[in-house]
Design a protein around this ligand. Structure first.
Ligand code: IPM
Ligand code: MG
Length: 352
């Protein structure tokens, strides 16, 4: 097949992990006879340096017309002074919003070979396989912001329609999995959460009677997530709670660098990125974990290009390489040798 992919390496370790993602995409294209047009574009801090704008028009246009967008990471100390006028993060939010990718899927699966890489006890982690469905284009991230000399305000708004569509995405996913949906809110304090709970209950009752629904408060979810992670299947939540809980959940898998994500809207076009950061502390050293990016490439192949067997082949290759003991420093046992980003990807490519 022919496909156009807009590639946004971004900042920090972004370009390093994206380079490996591109190598895998090229290898798969060659093997399976696809023609992928991979167009690299400036984005985030790198684009601020070039143009003053974290999401230049040319980049946005390329993303809007591509079949899929692959993103590394954005941000870093260079652009994050509290008084900065433009920030890399504004570009990411604007891109998510412009592409209409309101559903951010973040699967968390504990690889058996990595049970020891987590700070949690192996017996707690065995068999963990859950997926977060994070609302991505609403809530406090996108509400009005105000600031004067004495105070600051961030407004959190959710409409019924925004809640309905993300809940439907999550419920459909639950139907294909274990039929268990947990909806996370803070309805004991927030009005948006009370609406969230009401709408979720209604959507599930009327359209998904086969899916069991449990409501949980976000603070208690943060606790249960590390106490009994195996009990969770699909979790749906608003933008900021999803941001926080998925960083926490990455520690079940063992490292932030392991988790991929897919951001989807109504069509098949999607935005694919590791769950972040740009890891400025290790940028440029070639030691970042490329797994989150490689697995994001797999999600891209599956969801935007409908290339299921290529996606599965890439996921299998990553899994086998971990199985055989390949480790980047973030997941290597103390005192054991670790591979560079490139070496790890070499191992994956050779299994592909
Ligand atoms: C993420 C990141 C972003 C977010 C930042 C970089 C704006 O933390 O994708 O989780 O908060 O959504
Ligand atoms: Mg985050």
């Amino acid at each position: 097949m022919k496909a156009t992919i807009a590639v946004l390496p971004g900042d920090g370790i972004g370009p390093e992990v994206i380079a490996e993602g591109l190598r895998c995409l090229r290898a798969l294209a060659e093997r399976h006879g696809h023609e992928f047009t991979l167009t690299e574009l400036p984005f985030g801090g790198a684009a601020i340096d070039l143009t003053g704008n974290p999401l230049p028009d040319e980049t946005l246009h390329a993303c809007r017309t591509a079949d899929a967008v692959l993103l590394g990471a954005i941000g870093g100390p260079k652009w994050s002074s509290p008084t900065a006028k433009v920030r890399p993060e504004q570009g990411l939010l604007a891109l998510r919003s412009a592409l209409g990718v309101y559903a951010n899927l973040r699967p968390v699966k504990v690889h058996p070979a990595l049970q020891g890489a987590s700070t949690l006890k192996p017996e707690v982690l065995e068999g963990v396989d859950l997926i977060f469905v994070r609302e991505l284009t609403g809530g406090i991230y996108f509400g009005e912001k105000r600031r004067d000399a004495h105070s600051a305000t961030d407004v959190c708004t959710y409409s019924v329609r925004e809640i309905e569509r993300i809940v439907r995405t999550a419920a459909r996913l639950a139907q294909r999995r274990r039929g268990k949906l947990v909806s996370i809110d803070k309805s004991n304090v927030l009005e948006t959460s009370r609406l969230w709970r009401e709408v979720t209950t209604r959507v599930l009752r009327s359209q998904f009677p086969d899916v069991s629904l449990e409501h949980m408060l976000v603070d208690s979810t943060a606790m249960h997530l590390i106490r009994r992670p195996r009990d969770f299947d699909v979790l749906v939540t608003e933008n900021m709670f999803g941001d926080i809980l998925t960083d926490e959940a990455s520690m079940l898998a063992g490292s932030l660098g392991l988790l991929p994500s897919a951001s989807l809207g109504e069509g098949t076009r999607g935005l694919y990125e590791p769950i972040h950061g740009s890891a400025p502390d290790i940028a440029g050293q070639g030691i970042a974990n490329p797994c989150g990016t490689l697995l994001s490439v797999a999600l891209l192949l599956r969801h935007s290009l409908a290339l299921e067997s290529e996606a599965a082949a890439l996921e299998r290759a990553v899994s086998e390489v971990l199985e055989r003991g390949a480790r980047t420093p973030d997941i290597a046992a103390r005192g054991t040798p670790a591979l560079s980003t490139r070496e790890f990807a070499d191992a994956v490519l050779s299994r592909l």
